[in-house]
Design a protein around this ligand. Structure first.
Ligand code: CAA
Length: 388
């Protein structure tokens, strides 16, 4: 299958690129330095309709689909990975509602999330359930027309600033991951508090926090799907959002490459611009080749997943491409940003230049939404197991 960006998507890329260069780039260093959520940029993205690109028009989005979400995230990540997470985390948080919500749940929650009026977050990870997402201990006990949630989540992107959380908890601990269920939790439900905010290496300015639930009553009407569907909903969500992290990684890598290439043209050593040295030209050629290969894999995955239903694609095919795109693009982002720092030499290591920030930001793309070891495991399983 080949894919092609439509004229509409090409235009979207241009519009977001201009906005990112004019409005986001000048703020990128300060967002990182101050580690403060850029509310003004959230408002800007909301006003441009960028938070609802993955949401169908009937629920208040623009209905442009996953390739559009990837384009938006890639273009913003070229200048600020932290700012691009505003879009990526919204897509992740709302995806369980999009995939498993009833008509009523979708009508109630999606319009506010698509417009950016409300922020959302995806709450899966726990201190003892990271890669092993099936071993979640947060408990949801049914009592009348509510579920009482008790437990703790950690490393939650948008924790503390989100209005709506999609939370995974066990309704039947005896059944392991088959006893997990997914819930929509609003920030002001009693018994729900936000714990420690993490201090991070990168994507600073995007808050990451602990969530604590103490007999927090969640209306039974907020159960997503059926009891026991939670793990499947989480996996289906990640299948559709890992390419978005791949796109973020491509954006970070492209931003670093562009900066380094320009620098080598200007920097003079031994009486000539360092760009004229073949050793550096070969490095830059390898970097550019990797970035382009990563981009192609990310958009191939995004278009494939977008059309998966019409094509009757299997879960294995979707998971494989999704994991490949995040695995490859994030490894490329790490390699390319390390090399970009090297091209600037001592300057690359200094805070006055953006490359050390890009290198720090690249690291998380190899970790969140499933470490790259987990991506390899998912890919290998799809090769070895019979299709279900
Ligand atoms: N779609 C639908 N169903 C799926 C599925 C998928 N992609 N993957 C698995 N399932 C189903 C399986 O079919 C199986 O059900 P049946 O027995 O009925 O067939 C069930 O789920 C259990 O699957 P596995 O046996 O494969 O489960 P496992 O425990 O061996 O492995 C795993 C699963 C792939 C390791 C999974 O735990 C995983 O992806 N872990 C990583 C978690 C992760 O990505 N966390 C990121 C947190 S979010 C984040 O980082 C956000 C942020 O802040 C930005």
């Amino acid at each position: 299958m080949v894919y092609q960006l439509t004229e509409e998507l090409e235009m979207l890329r241009q519009v977001v690129r201009r906005m990112a260069e004019e409005k986001v780039a000048p703020r990128a260093a300060a967002i990182d330095e101050e580690d403060a959520y850029p509310w003004d940029l959230k408002e800007l993205f909301a006003a441009q309709g960028l938070l609802g690109a993955g949401v169908p028009e009937e629920y208040g989005g623009t209905g442009q689909g996953l390739p559009a979400v990837c384009l938006i995230v890639e273009e913003i990540a070229r200048v600020s990975a932290s700012a691009s997470l505003i879009v990526a985390a919204q897509e992740l948080g709302l995806m369980p509602i999009l995939l498993a919500g009833t008509e009523e749940q979708k009508k109630k929650y999606l319009p506010g999330l698509a417009s950016g009026e409300r922020i959302c977050a995806f709450a899966l990870t726990e201190p003892n359930a990271g890669s092993d997402a099936g071993s979640i201990r947060t408990r949801a006990r049914r009592e009348g027309d509510v579920y009482l949630l008790s437990g703790q989540k950690c490393f939650i992107t948008n924790g503390g600033i989100a209005d709506v959380y999609t939370v995974f908890a066990s309704t039947d601990p005896g059944r392991g991951l088959k006893g997990l269920s997914a819930f929509i939790v609003e920030k002001d439900y009693p018994g729900f508090t936000v714990g420690k905010k993490e201090r991070k290496m990168g994507v600073r300015g995007s808050p990451t926090a602990e969530l604590i639930f103490e007999d927090c009553p969640v209306p039974a009407a907020n159960l997503l799907g059926k009891e026991g569907d939670g793990f499947k909903i989480a996996m289906m969500t990640l299948d559709r959002t890992r390419p978005v992290i791949g796109a973020q990684a491509v954006g970070i890598a492209q931003g670093a490459l562009d900066y380094a290439v320009n620098y080598t043209r200007e920097r003079v050593q031994f009486g000539r611009p360092i760009a004229s040295f073949q050793g550096l030209q070969f490095m830059m050629a390898d970097m550019a080749t990797r970035v382009e290969a990563a981009r192609q894999l990310v958009y191939r995955a995004a278009f494939f997943i977008e059309d998966a239903a019409t094509r009757g694609a299997s879960t294995g095919e979707i998971s494989r491409l999704s994991s490949m795109s995040k695995l490859f693009a994030s490894d490329v982002a790490m390699q390319v940003t390390v090399d970009a720092v090297q091209l600037l030499g001592g300057y690359g290591y200094m805070r006055e230049y953006p490359l050390e920030r890009m290198m720090r930001d690249a690291k998380i793309t190899q970790i969140y939404e499933g470490t790259n070891q987990i991506q390899r495991l998912v890919i290998a399983r799809t090769l070895l197991e019979k299709e279900k």
